[in-house]
Design a protein around this ligand. Sequence first.
Ligand SMILES: [Zn+2]
Length: 154
Amino acid sequence: MLFATHLVVAALLARPTRLSSALVVAGAAFPDLVDKPLASLGVFDLFHTVGHSALLLVLVVPIALTGRAGLSVAVGWGSHLFLDALHIVVNGRPTDALFLGWPLVVPPDPLALPPGEFVVYYLWSPSFFLEFLIWGALAVVLARRYRARNAASD
Ligand SMILES: [Zn+2]
C-alpha cells in the first residue's frame, strides 16, 4: 500500500478509538521509514524486513502496555502490517505476505521493487482501487467534519 494511504488510515483509526492521532500516524509510518532506507542502502534485499516483521511484536506488545501513547503507536504499526499484507493478497501474491515472518521465513519470489518502480507496478492494480475507497472514506469524514463546523457556527 502506498505510504500516504497508511498515514490516512492511521488518522482515520485514531478518531473513533480516541487514540493520539500523531502517535498512531507515527506508528503507521515506522515500518516504511525503517525498511525502505535499509533496502535502498543495500542492507537487505527485501523492502519488507525489520519494521514489517510480526516478530517485532515482542517489542510492540510491551510498548502497547505502557499506556495510551504506546497503544497508539502499536495500533498504527499493526495497521501498516495488516494493510500491506491485505494489498499483497488482493493483488494475487499471497506468498509475499510471508514478509510477516521475516527473518524466519521469506517470500519465495518477492517483487523486491524499489519505491519508485513499485508505484508504477502498483498503479491500476486491484489494491490500488482499494486505496481509492480508503481515500473516499477520508473525503467523507472531512466533508462531515466541515459540515458540522459550519452548522455549529451558524
Ligand atoms: Zn509497508
